[in-house]
Design a protein around this ligand. Sequence first.
Ligand code: SF4
Length: 460
Amino acid sequence: MGRQCRLHPVFFDVVIYIHIPYCRSFCTYCDFYSVVPNCGYGRFTNAVCAETLARAEEIRASVSPSSGCPGTVNTLYIGGGTPSVLPVEEIGRIVAACRAALADPCRPGRQVPFDEFTVEVNPDDIVRKGHEYVETLLGLGVDRVSMGVQSMDDRVLRWMNRRHDVRTARQAYRILRESGVGNISIDLIFGYDICSIVAADGMHPSIADPYGHWSGMLEKALDISGDGSLPQHVSAYQLSVEEGSALAALVADGVYAEAAEDVCAGQYAELCRMLGEAGYSHYEISNFALPGYEAKHNSAYWRHFPYVGIGPAAHSFSVPGIGTPANGAVCRRGSESGADAGDTACGQCLRSWNVPDVDAYIIAALSGSLDSIRESETLTPAQFREEEIMLGLRTSRGVAASLLQSDTLSARNMEKLLRTGSLVPAGGVLPGQPGANHESRLRIPESRFFVSDDIISELL
Ligand code: SF4
């Protein structure tokens, strides 16, 4: 313990994700693991608390000795599923367990402040539970709320089998604001075939204009407050047909036709244009933030930081020796542009996950046999490097040029992509130019984010 206290003088740099696998209904497009709650949540919460405390050492081990380095992160994210179906008392018990797991044995009573604490919510829950629920969440330390709005068209929301309509989304947003939430993120979905959707709603498909519909939708989403103020953060995802989802069955039955690729590309371009003009920075392929509101938790994923995932189907990622110079690792938080995880790859990085089975999870967590429902894989240095490239190139921060140059084929393709404009400098000096060093970074320009998968595949 003494060693830990000497190395870890301050407890931060912790990224914790709690997965709440409950949904009251299932969205047409969804293939995530979730179940309809059929009784109380007490046993589930007990299980989450038990896992959190059982993994306290692991949580504390993800604390970096490099405290004070710029870019440190200390986040808690409660996602799902639909966390807002949980009574707030249950969320309070989970937060208390996280704080207990993080408690500094050298500083009893000292509470670790999270510098970002997000809860995902459904608009319907917020309207039904009201201001008091949101104010209690804020009292627990929540300072960011991510709300699944998805669309501002009731026909689309019905087709998606969402629980809310546009009026409810606006009302929920107002409740969040009035309760004091100063950082709200909304989720949107684009890239659907509006003709199929309005036809399913009994309207003549010829009235649907995919571009006009989407622009109008975006205008309404940006004005969800109704008072001209913008949501701090917008996540916009392209609809995809996932195996096992209700949508896959609609496609197989010929009831729904996927939107053409050029329609999706056009809608994405409009998304970038409108949010750019509204003042958002496009810092990740699907994510836009007003200045200062980039998501710290998700940014930690994209930067390949270690994280601890609690709950059924939750994933964790550990990087042995991270931040520990004795192990040859670098302080990845120490430089905005410096060495990335590719430099720390040691063949011992571990991805682990709890199986997606809530009943098995509860039994295992409450009986102290979590190993029985946990699976894992060790990433080879090559896999680690590939992930680093894939994650980094999703962002405006990009990746270190040296990472691309560390392989003959990707170095050659990097040169080609630089020539064609599919890669551009993201910081430092362009590789090959005088003064280029390990700080040179490359990114995919926003205009080619839509085809990022093709560009990235040329580098792997
Ligand atoms: S999209 Fe979210 S709310 Fe909808 S079913 Fe999936 S996990 Fe539940």
